[in-house]
Design a protein around this ligand. Structure first.
Ligand code: AP5
Ligand code: MG
Length: 218
């Protein structure tokens, strides 16, 4: 049975960082709605979507669901499972995912990365991302080998438009209002991981959860 693993947590909790590492280790596909939207914005940097994302608001559910369904139809190999990073973010999205999962004959597990606001602000303020492959870095905690250049693809590193302190607080508020209810929604499928530790320690705990989930499949 295909495993669909959802990485849930406040902005800056490390969803992208951990999902990237785990997807490589377990051969799972990583689907980050935030990365997909930022990719789409390159073709329309001043459009409606760009305004929503850079303001720290949620993209309307219909647009998100359209994007997720299109991506699932067009993209890649899901035989070893999928990690959703940043999706679902509302009850309506979770209801729609339930239907997708039913159609795929898959199973859902949720990893909740728990982190307080102050640490999340510090992490996001230092974040840099690759302008091409979306790889995540941090100044000064996770530096690229060459300043301003992505280790993986050689493209320039940039700051995200929604990574100012004001926008981080806004996104945190949006999370509490719209996404936190998913913790109750998924209470029977959810494991909590302390995301305040150094990345390798968080990784070890996430990896443990993933192995337990994989064993549950058999
Ligand atoms: P999205 O891109 O999903 O952003 P987010 O949820 O706000 O989360 P972040 O990407 O900011 O944080 P993260 O948890 O991935 O942390 P990271 O690993 O980068 O969404 C952006 C926007 O798109 C939304 O605001 C919305 O507009 C739209 N959108 C996307 N999906 C949507 C949906 N489903 N519905 C509606 N709208 C949607 O780590 C952060 C930093 O900390 C990095 O610099 C990293 O190097 C560092 N770091 C990571 N772990 C550690 C650690 N353990 N110790 C120290 N530093 C660490
Ligand atoms: Mg992210």
């Amino acid at each position: 049975m295909t495993l669909i693993c959802i990485f849930l947590g406040v902005p800056g909790s490390g969803k992208g960082t951990q999902a990237n590492r785990i997807s490589k280790q377990f051969g799972m596909a990583q689907l980050s709605t935030g990365d997909l939207f930022r990719e789409a914005l390159k073709n329309d940097p001043n459009g409606k979507l760009a305004k929503i994302v850079s303001a720290g608001d949620l993209v309307p559910d219909e647009m998100v669901l359209e994007l997720v369904k299109r991506t699932l139809k067009s993209k890649g190999d899901y035989s070893k499972g999928i990690i959703f990073d940043g999706f679902p973010r509302t009850i309506k999205q979770a209801d729609a995912l339930k239907e997708i999962v039913r159609e795929m004959g898959a199973k859902i597990q949720v990893i909740l990365l728990e982190l307080g606001l102050e640490k999340a602000i510090r992490r996001i303020s230092g974040r840099r991302i690759c302008s091409q492959c979306a790889m995540v870095y941090h100044l000064p905690n996770h530096l690229p080998k060459e300043e301003g250049i992505c280790d993986h693809c050689g493209a320039d590193l940039i700051s995200r438009a929604d990574d100012t302190e004001e926008k981080i607080k806004k996104r945190h508020h949006v999370y509490l209002e719209s996404t936190l209810p998913l913790v109750g929604y998924y209470k029977n499928h959810l494991v909590r991981v302390d995301a305040s530790q150094v990345p390798d320690d968080v990784y070890r705990n996430v990896e443990k959860c993933m192995k337990a989930m994989a064993n549950d499949q058999t």
